[in-house]
Design a protein around this ligand. Structure first.
Ligand code: PGA
Length: 254
């Protein structure tokens, strides 16, 4: 049985003050359950305050949205996985499509980041997904499987249990046009099949696969009912307490 996972990707939103306000409201009435794990990936600037604020709450973990693959050095503006670990980060989003498209991250860089996150004892959330053009040209699986292979190049079967895969069709991110649940399930099933083939059956059974792309309080329950969808990577709907709370609530269905 895989524990459901809901990962909030706040992107470049929420000041420290807003972060703490969100948490105070979210904590009210929050009932922890072992059947769902919650991760909040806040901007770097809020991570320390958030880490302190959630230290007494079981069930909510800290995540970052990116990191460098080196531990330290002359990389102006970058953040080391070692520094994130020091802040008690448990998860790091790697290879988000906004990083790939707006900041020219390649599959090779993404693969190195996945390895570095694992080497520092954290869980990478590897994002993969096709563009509208890829889908229209019938190349969804070609693109997604290449991202998988290169992203997981340094991951052996033993480390695979720490890796989370987020399938996020690029055309669905922030557009309000989510994939349909069967459409997402189709790709998730292929991803699980790929993991079985490349990393072994045990890994395929335990790996958590998230759907992302315009997940909302209204549509999440139909995604989580799909057999190969174990949770969500949530952008816009994770910024508001009420919608995020609803999504977390619905994740308990699994
Ligand atoms: P969205 O973003 O939920 O706002 O579409 C998801 C993501 O980018 O991870």
């Amino acid at each position: 049985m895989r524990t459901s996972l809901v990962v909030a990707n706040w992107k470049m939103n929420h000041t420290i003050e807003e972060t703490l306000k969100f948490l105070t409201r979210f904590k009210k009435g929050f009932v922890n359950t072992s059947s769902v794990e919650i991760v909040i990936c806040a901007p770097y600037t809020s991570l320390y305050s958030l880490s302190v604020a959630i230290s007494d709450i079981v069930g909510i973990k800290l995540g970052a949205q990116n990191c460098h693959w080196e531990e330290r050095g002359a990389y102006t503006g970058e953040v080391s996985p070692q520094f994130l670990r020091e802040l008690n980060c448990s998860y790091v989003i790697v290879g988000h499509s906004e990083r790939r498209l707006l900041f020219s991250e390649t599959d090779e860089m993404v693969g190195k980041k996945v390895g570095a996150v694992l080497n520092h004892g954290m869980n990478p959330v590897l994002c993969i997904g096709e563009t509208r053009k890829n889908r229209d040209e019938g190349k969804t699986w070609e693109v997604v499987s290449e991202q998988l292979a290169k992203g997981l190049l340094r991951v052996d079967s033993l480390s695979m249990e720490k890796v989370v895969i987020a399938y996020e069709p690029v055309w669905a991110i922030g557009t309000g046009l989510s994939a349909t649940p069967p459409m997402a399930q189709e790709v998730h099933k292929l991803i699980r099949g790929w993991i079985k083939e490349e990393k072994g059956e045990g890994c395929a059974m335990t790996s958590r696969l998230l759907y992302g792309g315009s997940v909302s309080a209204q549509n999440f329950s139909s995604f989580i009912k799909q057999p190969d969808i174990d949770g969500a990577l949530v952008g816009g709907a994770s910024l508001e307490v009420d919608s995020f709370r609803q999504i977390v609530h619905d994740a308990r269905v699994l």
